[in-house]
Design a protein around this ligand. Sequence first.
Ligand code: PLP
Length: 437
Amino acid sequence: MAYLAGLESRAVAPTANAVARLERLGGPLSEDGETPARVIEQLDEFGSPATVASAGGRYFGFVVGSALPAALAANWLAGSWNQNVTLEVLSPVGVRLERTALGWVQELLGLPAAAQGAFVTGATMANFTALAAARHAVLAQAGWDVESNGLFGAPPVTVVVGEEAHVTLLKALAMLGLGRDRVLRVPTDDQGRMRAELLPELAGPAIVCCQSGSVNSGAFDPVAEISARAHRAGAWVHVDGAFGLWAYAAPARRHLTAGAESADSWATDGHKWLNVPYDSGMVFVRERRHLRAAMSGAGAASYLPLSENGEPAEFAPELSRRARGVDAWAALKSLGRRGVAELVERSCRHAGRLAEQLRNGGCLILNDVELNQVLVSFGSDERTRRVTAAVQDDGTCWCGGTVWKGTAAMRISVSSWATTEEDVDRSAAAILRAAAA
Ligand SMILES: Cc1ncc(COP(=O)(O)O)c(C=O)c1O
């Protein structure tokens, strides 16, 4: 509680001195150990000051959510429970809360009710899991059992991505043996949206990967058009919607996700816009049999009692894992539909307000701010990098850097429930001060 209360007054990035004092948490392992209270005291004394204050309201780096109070407390309780959600028999409560939370998320994101969901560590693993289901389905259609035989001798799979696909989608493809560099890349427009008319002709096993919410501009691929064309060719359509899919929950932003529901699989995060503690990702697959076929394998062990209806371990990569659904359930239960809509809408409003203040202060906003992402240029690449570094040193807020369409930019991502208008105004003033200096 003391740590959370201190977030308001401290610098967002830790001081160099705080980071140097982490030395005190190293050293050789003691012979006899220490009392639990002493252990926690040291964590707080040396660990807390060296954290990045991303749990507060003025952290705008990467795409980082905070933790809603109910979700954080649920996380502590779930830690005490220490449940393993491999199987229903191991944790009836963990499995029930996961299923309930997944169902609520499915509804909030406008995904088909019959889709099968699973909790994973984040959108990287959600992409991996969904694409494993895709790989299974398109190769099964071609008469190849990839789970049994691997990819050696398999028919080639065409994989299509947009030029602005997130790096973790490519990593997932690499981990699945589908290759990071052999993908066909579709050019994007000035906002980073895939140009549907440039989708290549598809034939044979094929997977098309769309994005709902670019990590830089927040832009959405035109999924309706892309999936109509891809489906005509029998291809699988996947949507990486790590944070962008949540726009569906806010009526005024819903149009941005148009067509996402027509895909075959979706990846999203709880730990970004839903403000659930790390690590919380979710995968959904339209036809559960494909996800189950791709993720099963545990059934071979006679000591693991599987059920007709499917156990959590049959839909996710891990066997043992913590009950991630508890935190997500608590976040959703505390917010309700209206609360989720308001959280998404408020973040977008804050992003718009920040962009407006920076524009009025003479900065160049490089993207259409329709979601929660803002890209800012302060003139030359060199100057933009220097201003970004100065903002980070100042400590009022934290924004990262990127390269957008060949130009250096400062990235602002408003994803925290804790951000207030006052945080936005203080941050805009700090950024403008750094630019002026
Ligand atoms: C579009 C997109 N996909 C995937 C990811 C990876 O998510 P995670 O860090 O939860 O694995 C991100 C992270 O920012 C993202 O923005």
